[in-house]
Design a protein around this ligand. Structure first.
Ligand code: BGP
Length: 457
């Protein structure tokens, strides 16, 4: 039996925009997702916008019972900025009542809430003023964060500022998957920098408020493995890690911006506009813990042709197809559990062995109904195998001394996902889009046993 540490957190993650629904009701103002769906519905899966999702706004009471049914002892979701502060300043009392009741009920049922503040859902009112491109967004976020700590600090111990900050930077300003879907490296760097400062000032507000809990950040980690040991490929992998992971991980944990990143941005005329006290704020406001979302690694090589100065990250590294890779045939992503051990060791050796947890890990499957048996249960053995393999590597990392305190799967109930709608299913519970009905999958039963044993056979 591979036992996990005592009091290990076992649970699942989702976010407000992917699970609550009621996106234009109960006083909520639109986020970029609500507005983008209105303006350009053709970009989304047909008729699958953010307005309904899993409808947890109405169904959280019974959903918390479902969490208990599979013995989850923790759960991560987010607060919708646009629900709590529809215009950025005025508190929406209905939102306060909703979140207070939701978090209280989680606590009363032995499900520890980990509450995140931003999961890709930029308020439209702020986007119209330039969003993360403007310094004003940093103060607006810090104000929102402080408001959350004050309103819910008695019910929530563990907070995170951002989920995968690099994703809204890349997808919004380099690759076209998030609003405003532009391709501008210089703006992307500025947006990333403001996000970092927003995170930093939120941590500061938390510390100044003398809250008793812990504060962290959730990053997407995709360890970069070079194609060869050539100097060029190694450098490409190093730059990919710097841009994608260390750009947030170093400041959040170590309080510094990596020198290699600054050099690279300077050489390519990409340095962002900063303010005088920023570096000191970053140094003073490091996190208590980090969450790592891990799905798949990056396989990188040196690019063949490059622009100078660089116009996109492709000028620093190129992706290649690793011939030995194992693929999730239902989503197309590589399956490489070994990377989770490497992440555990990286945190142990390079990041002060800080407390961390796996904040998302899971297997997306398209058309999952095809695996339903006669009784109506989805037989997702592939997901069980996926999680067992990842947990085996995580266990190895913990045995080697890494300070991991939990594992959250993505996700609890199949949920809505950005431009993909409901295409890729990840949940322990299947969602029926016709009637909101939830049905337990085989992996949910497996998870319950895992929690009971606090370990893998
Ligand atoms: C993570 C995000 C989640 C979720 C997940 C699955 O990066 O934090 O919000 O979307 O990926 O992604 P997808 O639904 O595209 O398969």
């Amino acid at each position: 039996m591979k036992k996990f540490p005592k009091s290990f957190l076992w649970g699942a993650a989702t976010s407000a925009p992917q699970s609550e629904g009621h996106s234009s009701l109960n006083g909520k103002s639109p986020s970029t997702w609500d507005k983008w769906y209105e303006l350009a519905p053709e970009k989304f899966q047909k008729d699958q916008g953010p307005e309904h999702t899993t409808n947890m706004y109405e169904l959280y009471h019974e959903d918390i019972k479902r969490m208990k049914e599979i013995h989850m002892n923790s759960y991560r979701t987010s607060i919708a900025w646009t629900r709590l502060l529809p215009d950025g300043k005025t508190i929406n009392q209905e939102a306060v009542d909703f979140y207070r009741d939701y978090f209280k009920e989680l606590q009363e049922n032995g499900v520890k809430p980990i509450i995140n503040l931003f999961h890709f859902d930029m308020p439209w009112w702020l986007m119209e003023k330039g969003g993360w491109e403007t310094r004003a967004s940093v103060d607006a976020f810090a104000y929102y964060a402080k408001t959350c700590f004050e309103l819910f600090g008695d019910l929530v111990d563990d907070w995170t500022t951002f989920n995968e900050p690099m994703v809204h930077v890349e997808c919004g300003y380099l690759y076209g998957y998030h609003y405003p879907a532009i391709h501008d490296f210089k703006k992307a760097v500025q947006v990333g920098y403001h996000t970092l400062m927003a995170h930093t000032l939120a941590v500061k507000a938390f510390k100044e408020g003398s809250h008793s809990g812990k504060i962290g950040i959730i990053l997407n980690v995709s360890p970069c493995y070079p194609r060869s040991q050539s100097k060029e490929d190694l450098q490409a992998a190093e730059l990919a890690d710097l841009l994608n992971t260390k750009s947030f991980l170093d400041p959040a944990v170590l309080g510094t911006i990596p020198a290699g990143l600054i050099d690279c941005l300077r050489q390519n005329q990409l340095l962002p506009v900063t303010e005088a006290n920023d570096l000191e704020e970053i140094k003073q406001n490091t996190v208590d813990f980090i969450g790592m979302n891990y799905y798949q690694p990056s396989r990188v090589q040196a690019p063949k042709e490059v622009n100078k100065p660089a116009v996109s990250p492709a000028d620093f590294y190129d992706h290649y197809d690793w011939p030995d890779k194992k693929i999730n045939p239902y989503r197309g992503w590589e399956i490489y559990p070994e990377a989770l051990y490497d992440v555990a060791m990286m945190i142990k050796n390079e990041y002060k062995n800080i407390l961390w947890y796996v904040s998302e890990n899971g297997m997306g499957v398209a058309d999952e109904e095809r695996f339903m048996d006669a009784s109506g249960m989805i037989q997702d053995d592939y997901r069980i195998e996926f999680m067992e393999d990842h947990l085996t590597q995580l266990h190895k990392g913990i045995e080697a001394g890494s300070n991991c305190f939990g594992y959250h799967s993505w996700t609890f109930i199949d949920c809505w996902s950005w431009l993909n709608g409901y295409k890729n299913r990840y949940g322990f519970y299947q969602l029926d889009l016709n009637n909101d009905q939830r049905r337990l999958k085989k992996s949910g039963l497996w998870f319950k046993e895992l929690v009971d044993q606090n370990g893998l056979k």
